[in-house]
Design a protein around this ligand. Structure first.
Ligand SMILES: [Zn+2]
Length: 142
């Protein structure tokens, strides 16, 4: 399948196959305002299958959150049919209100106004530690 490249916007490439929906969810894109091309299971030259998302006229996305969903993806910012910026994603050091603490005794479970803050402890295992109760959560297991 071939989809014409966009004149201006953002292309998220090399998303692990099956993760595209999750990426879209986290991006929180206004579906009524933006034109979105969502390609599932495209053949990747690098590794097997991938998902690709193209969003027209959108250039400011929360890269931090994206890195958490799939840090092997690449983000291309397109302007005037050209890639003006290529961003390699990585796991964010600190995330707020993305991962939720599951510890029922944690202050974030009992007090609803408390933000869920997590810190990266191990990049390899993708483990995050809750700021308040030190519970460990794996990034892929939200
Ligand atoms: Zn906690």
């Amino acid at each position: 399948m071939e989809i014409n490249s966009i004149a201006k916007g953002i292309v998220i490439d090399h998303i692990k196959a099956g993760y595209g929906m999750k990426v879209l969810e986290y991006l929180d894109v206004d579906m009524s305002k933006n034109t979105i091309a969502f390609i599932m299971n495209a053949i990747s030259q690098k590794h097997g299958r991938k998902d690709v998302i193209k969003i027209e006229n959108l250039t400011n996305v929360d890269i931090t959150v994206l890195g958490l969903v799939d840090h092997s993806a690449t983000v291309n910012i397109i302007d005037d049919h050209k890639i003006v910026k290529k961003i390699k994603l990585s796991l964010p050091e600190k995330v707020t209100n993305v991962i939720k603490c599951k510890n029922p005794r944690c202050v974030t479970s009992t007090e609803h106004h408390v933000p869920h803050i997590f810190h990266l402890v191990d990049e390899e295992t993708e483990e995050y530690r809750c700021e308040y109760c030190d519970d460990i959560v794996k990034a892929g297991e939200r």
